[in-house]
Design a protein around this ligand. Structure first.
Ligand SMILES: [Zn+2]
Length: 342
């Protein structure tokens, strides 16, 4: 039954493209994790060796009171202040946003990954190492930490752009033309990193993945076509594809929750994304069983946003000429109990 539903979804070529592209990013991530971890340890060692008195003064520790929130971080101890300065010194966009909330600053002197998280997008707080993070986190690290400036940044940014388009696509669909362009960009980046031993394998796997048709054969319904067994490297089983699909949908959900956490007022576009994802799960009985909690959370979010909008419209109607008041009511709405939602 589940396989039949998966097969039906994959009948839509553009959805299949979306899942395939998402899996390419997983393969890219797998190939770069060890490299990223090693490089970060080396970067951390270099910083400590260059400025031991500033970054690891004997007997001085942060007592853990320096708590960043989102993009804000006012360190309350001198050690964290020095680390913050150092992190910014190596940031490729010093005026850009730093998601300090990702980090536990008191671990900076001893843990290289806590340092890495300052160069990553939001939502990394509980990620303890490279083996736990996604492709977007690694690509942003390469883009924003100057330790990686040896890699052609344009190639990194092109893949980041594709990744964002993929994850933000409200219909969870991409065209075959888009997929072709994406393959070029991801292979360009992999070429750039060909000294990393895992990269060449990833490059071949991506090529095979994108050239395979991902047909799901439902036992008992159809005969497997001749020659399938000889192509096992190319063909994946239905349950493997299903796992890939699930991982991708979970990433999309994570992204939606982070967005809601960050923006008190969701744009029309983001609200559409929530609705579309919810409808998608509704139509996919097999996925819904595993993602029931998410389904309820999405429904709750939708209802909450709808009520917020309605109350805003009513306030506008009541005080049509008082624009300032409307601003106030928006501010009041921002105080709505976010915690309950999330
Ligand atoms: Zn501190």
């Amino acid at each position: 039954m589940a396989l039949a539903e998966l097969a039906a979804r994959l009948n839509c070529a553009e959805y299949k493209n979306w899942v395939k592209a998402g899996h390419c990013l997983v393969l890219l991530r797998d190939a770069l994790q060890r490299f990223a971890g090693e490089q970060l340890r080396a970067f951390h060692r270099q910083l400590l060796a260059r400025s031991p008195a500033r970054l690891a003064p004997p007997g001085r520790l942060c007592r853990g009171r320096c708590l960043p929130r989102g993009r804000q971080f006012q360190s309350s101890c001198s050690l964290c202040t020095e680390w913050k300065k150092e992190i910014l010194n190596h940031h490729t966009n010093r005026n850009g946003e730093v998601h300090w909330g990702n980090c536990k600053p008191w671990l900076w002197p001893s843990n290289s990954w806590e340092l890495a998280k300052a160069y990553m997008p939001r939502g990394q707080m509980d990620i303890s190492g490279p083996d736990k993070c996604d492709a977007a986190a690694l690509l942003n690290l390469f883009n924003f930490c100057d330790h990686f400036s040896g890699i052609d940044q344009k190639k990194v940014r092109e893949v980041i752009k594709c990744r964002n388009e993929l994850m933000h696509s409200s219909e969870m669909k991409v065209s075959s033309l888009w997929l072709e362009e994406f393959e070029k960009k991801i292979q360009n980046l992999l070429k750039e990193l060909q000294n990393v031993p895992e990269v060449m394998t990833a490059s071949t796997r991506i090529e095979k993945l994108l050239s395979s048709d991902w047909a799901v054969y439902i036992p008992g319904e159809e005969d497997q076509p001749d020659g399938l067994e000889g192509e096992t490297e190319v063909c994946m089983s239905g349950s493997q594809i299903s796992e890939i699909e699930m991982e991708l949908i979970k990433e999309r959900l994570k992204e939606i929750y982070l967005l809601v956490e960050e923006q008190e007022m969701l744009s029309e576009e983001n609200l559409t994304r929530i609705q579309m994802t919810k409808n998608f799960l509704k139509d996919s009985g097999d996925l819904q069983i595993s993602l029931q909690a998410d389904m309820q959370r999405l429904e709750g979010l939708e209802k909450e946003r709808y009520n917020q909008r309605r109350s805003m419209k009513e306030t506008t109607k009541e005080y049509p000429n008082q624009e300032d008041d409307e601003g106030c009511s928006l501010k009041k709405m921002k105080c709505s109990p976010k915690e309950q939602l999330l």
